[in-house]
Design a protein around this ligand. Structure first.
Ligand code: NAI
Length: 254
């Protein structure tokens, strides 16, 4: 991948919309995409963080547009995409990355913990994909990458809501890949394992050590590891891949 990146810009003059791009994995994807020639639209709840992503994108001489948006609300998503189109006229790539956790064992999990996680992680993906796929269908091209999780494949005690949302993303990815394939649109999912970000920083040392023991490559992943895979799936290098779930987890869930 490094040689590919060195030889040519993989996303020259493409426009990518990244949800939850204010920090963590989403920010890393924004920056690596900008380095590869893409202009970037960030949709995130958190304005302070988005500005920093913008600065990093613009450092690569690409345009950045930050939009404050709650992806769980369809009307906010529609307004955000209208703003993106006013500025860039098209969206070539959608990265459905925003996600949250509200962990608890089933008996202690509240209805609100369940609803919120499903609303952001799963309905948010539906909202953004529904609106943007309409544009991609007209363009007869597009790349959609959904960030799932290995938890959606293997489950995890204390994360029934999160696991259900991430498993839901996998079923959604495969269905939409079938719906959109004939129009030149690729839809794939990435299932990361344990990646060092704000989301995982809050886990206790005990849980971190337990997880490390389960990873054959014996280290946690980085945001750059995930961003490089997203770059490949968003580029023409992956034109013959659709409906796939690619695990990036150091071998944890093989
Ligand atoms: P993070 O918590 O560092 O960043 C998530 C971003 O999403 C934040 O900027 C937040 O403001 C934004 N966001 C949250 N709710 C939103 C909403 N309703 N509308 C718009 N934006 C919203 O998370 P991280 O670690 O970068 O995770 C990114 C994605 O990767 C998530 O979908 C997560 O489930 C997934 N993932 C992360 C793993 C990890 O180990 N960090 C492992 C597997 C999957």
């Amino acid at each position: 991948m490094k040689r590919l990146e060195e030889t040519h810009m993989l996303l020259n003059n493409k426009v990518a919309l990244i949800t939850g791009g204010g920090r963590g994995i989403g920010r890393e994807i924004a920056v690596i995409f900008a380095r590869n020639g893409a202009d970037i639209v960030i949709c995130d709840l958190n304005t302070a963080d988005i500005d920093e992503t913008n600065r990093q994108v613009e450092a690569h001489q690409r345009k950045a547009l930050a939009i404050t948006c709650d992806i769980s609300c369809l009307c906010e998503v529609e307004q955000a995409i209208k703003k993106a189109l006013d500025k860039f006229k098209k969206i070539d790539i959608l990265i459905n990355n925003a996600g949250i956790t509200k962990d608890n064992l089933l008996l202690r999990m509240t209805e609100s913990d369940w609803d919120k996680v499903i609303a952001v992680n799963l309905k948010g993906v539906f909202n953004c994909t529904k609106v943007i796929s309409r544009l991609m269908l007209k363009q007869k091209s597009g790349k959609i990458v959904n960030i799932s999780s290995i938890i959606g494949i293997r489950g995890n005690a204390g994360q029934a809501n999160y696991a259900a949302s991430k498993a839901g993303i996998i079923g959604f990815t495969k269905s939409i890949a079938r719906e959109l394939a004939s129009r030149g649109i690729n839809v794939n999912a990435i299932a990361p394992g344990f990646i060092e970000t704000g989301m995982t920083a809050k886990l206790s040392d005990e849980i971190r050590e337990r997880m490390l023991k389960e990873i054959p490559l014996a280290k946690f992943g980085t945001t750059a590891d995930v961003a490089k895979l997203a770059l490949f799936l968003a580029s023409e290098e992956s034109n013959y891949i659709t409906g796939q779930v690619i695990q990036i987890d150091g071998g944890m869930a093989m």
